[in-house]
Design a protein around this ligand. Structure first.
Ligand SMILES: Cc1cc2nc3c(=O)[nH]c(=O)nc-3n(C[C@H](O)[C@H](O)[C@H](O)COP(=O)(O)O)c2cc1C
Ligand code: SF4
Ligand code: FES
Length: 569
């Protein structure tokens, strides 16, 4: 396709910038200066602004052949599994590092072009489908994974075989108001991290006056240690589509988007296949399933690599072709979302849960939780654990049972030293606090949060100061730079964890680190800057001796000089 053909194809459509950039990138194998100039002129985006936006994303290489050069995950879990060695081995091919790419349950991922390979060594990389969740080890009733292991589940036929789309049919036989009430009664809350009640969100969009409204599925899944949304999309894509169609009916939105992280190229094809099947069966399109006036379409928009694009304001700016900074709030997306119009932004797991709730009822869903807790949560478990993977647990489930009984515990001869919560954003839990139950009230009581449900395990061979350093350097790398407490704070905390910044006593180090952390928490503009200090806070709480040892030996060794495995010897 010529430049003009690419631009003309996308120009009149919603959210054109990312698809146009991807079209040039796919055609040329990199983003040339000429391509950026053509896009700037064609979409009427000032060149300087567009250049800033394009270079903000990690994956748009501006060097010839950049798209096919390997990108190797050197995220926190892959550092434990040899990611840095693979990077070194592939350097002659132009390999570059990338942060966690959502495959922490497998061996180290390497992206080449639009293919993802995994393996323990550079010489043994192979393509592998997303692992299915293991059969539920505890036999507790599931919601999201209820049917995911069934043969052919990813096809429309397979989905329908176990009752797929009957919840939608029932909803369409009733009113949008009744559907909002059902979701509210179920007590379903957002599974993307913030835990906002889904029924309240849908009602706010339903009540908001302006059109066209949008349903945006947040499939950015950038939090290190999280890989649940990929499993749902790859193996049960119609559950997500049904959830989006339900949200559209509840709110009156005619357009839907799935914002998919760059690092899931195979998922894009699987989602498109499901969208095509659904469109051919009048589950998408006009007068859906014969419901006059109910029109809804879904498009996949592929991101280009940036953790902050998972934050809903950033995501919406990214879709709109703006620089993907988080937005100031209020106003919230429910009234001022995509193109400043009312928008539901929901996580993949939230929407897939809504499909089951529409089928099986609010009381059924509430009762899946233990004690006073409603529903279930998918936990992505990785790191030093025998059986990493996705596990769906009832809210209120003991962490220890998940770790030791369901996932097989630590490797032979090792003990679990610490785990992260909310991927990396919740910092660490260790010692007696490993006795928590998996629900927000309990985990918040320990100074952390469950968030999107990523848990990375560190056994007693790991250097926890190193682990904290790697976590903080991720946040420093991913801070969008919009506000200085986060931009500078994450950098300073990384330096402190690296033994830099001068000579400190333990007290002096603590004072400095706590001071930076409290400013970040009080003044950062989004959740990244507010959560990052939990890493240093929890490190100090559980491992003060390790910090002291690091400070007293900072002239001799530092995490920045760690062995290539990323673990201090
Ligand atoms: C730094 C940051 C990153 C985030 N990343 C994601 C993400 O990758 N996926 C996601 O669903 N939500 C993410 N969120 C939360 C979203 O902003 C938003 O709350 C969520 O998509 C709403 O959907 P839910 O109510 O279904 O959870 C992130 C938030 C922050 C502050
Ligand atoms: S807190 Fe950090 S990531 Fe969030 S807006 Fe500020 S600089 Fe950007
Ligand atoms: S996939 Fe490498 S750290 Fe998650």
């Amino acid at each position: 396709m010529t430049d003009a053909e690419i631009i003309d194809h996308w120009k009149g459509q919603d959210a054109p910038l990312l698809p146009v950039l991807h079209a040039f990138y796919d055609r040329d194998g990199y983003l040339s200066d000429d391509a950026i100039r053509a896009v700037s002129a064609g979409l009427r985006i000032p060149l300087a602004e567009l250049f800033g936006t394009v270079t903000f994303y990690h994956h748009f290489s501006r060097e010839q052949g950049g798209k096919s050069a390997p990108r190797v995950c050197t995220g926190n879990v892959c550092c434990l599994n040899g990611g840095k060695e693979i990077l070194e081995a592939l350097k002659p091919e132009g390999a570059r590092p990338m942060p966690c790419s959502g495959r922490c349950d497998d061996m180290v991922p390497v992206i080449r072009g639009d293919e993802v390979f995994v393996g323990p060594h550079a010489g043994s990389l192979q393509r592998r489908a997303t692992p299915l969740p293991a059969p539920n080890p505890g036999g507790s009733e599931e919601c999201v994974f209820r049917h995911i292991r069934e043969e052919g589940r990813h096809t429309l036929g397979g989905y329908r075989d176990s009752g797929g789309y009957t919840g939608l049919e029932e909803a369409l036989a009733s009113t949008p108001e009744a559907l909002v009430e059902l979701i509210s009664d179920s007590e379903l809350a957002g599974r993307g991290g913030a835990g906002f009640p889904t029924g309240v969100k849908w009602k706010a969009v339903a009540d908001a006056p302006r059109q066209p409204k949008s349903i945006v599925c947040n499939a950015d899944e950038g939090e290190p240690g999280c890989f649940k949304d990929r499993a749902i999309m790859d193996h049960d894509p119609h559950a997500l589509l049904e959830g989006m169609i339900l949200a559209a009916y509840a709110t009156g939105a005619p357009r839907g988007f799935i914002y998919l992280r760059y690092e899931y190229p195979e998922t894009e094809g699987l989602l498109q296949q499901a969208i095509d099947e659904a469109s051919a069966s009048n589950l998408l399109g006009e007068n859906i399933l014969g419901k006059s006036g109910f029109n809804f379409t879904i498009r996949v928009i592929r991101g280009a690599g940036a953790y902050i694009c998972g934050e809903e304001g950033s995501l919406l700016n990214s879709m709109e072709g703006k620089h993907p900074f988080p937005r100031n709030r209020p106003p919230f997306p429910v009234t001022h979302g995509f193109e400043d119009l009312p928008t539901v932004v929901n996580n993949v797991e939230t929407l897939a849960s809504a499909s089951q709730i529409a089928r099986k009822g609010a009381a059924w869903y509430r009762d899946l939780g233990l004690g006073d807790h409603a529903g279930t949560k998918v936990i992505s478990l990785s790191g030093d654990i025998r059986r990493p993977g996705n596990y769906e647990v009832p809210f209120g489930f003991p962490l220890r049972t998940l770790l030791h009984e369901w996932a097989g515990g630590p490797r032979e001869g090792r003990a679990i030293q610490a785990v992260t919560m909310a991927g990396l954003s919740g910092g660490f839990l260790a010692g007696e606090d490993l006795e928590v139950t998996l629900d927000e009230p309990c985990i918040r009581g320990k100074g952390s949060f469950l968030g999107a449900g990523g848990i990375i395990v560190f056994d007693d061979s790991r250097d926890m100061v190193q682990a904290a350093h790697d976590a903080m350097s991720f946040f420093a790398h991913e801070s969008c730079g919009k506000c200085f407490p986060c931009r500078i704070g994450t950098q300073r905390l990384t330096e402190r964890l690296n033994g830099g910044g001068g000579e400190f006593s333990l007290e002096g180090w603590k004072d400095e680190v706590e001071d930076i952390g409290s400013v970040m928490k009080a003044t950062s503009a989004c959740g990244l800057g507010m959560a990052a200090p939990l890493v240093t806070e929890s490190l100090l709480r559980y491992f003060p001796e390790a910090v002291e040892r690091r400070i007293s030996s900072s002239g001799e060794a530092s995490p920045g000089q760690a062995t290539s495995s990323g673990v201090m010897e």
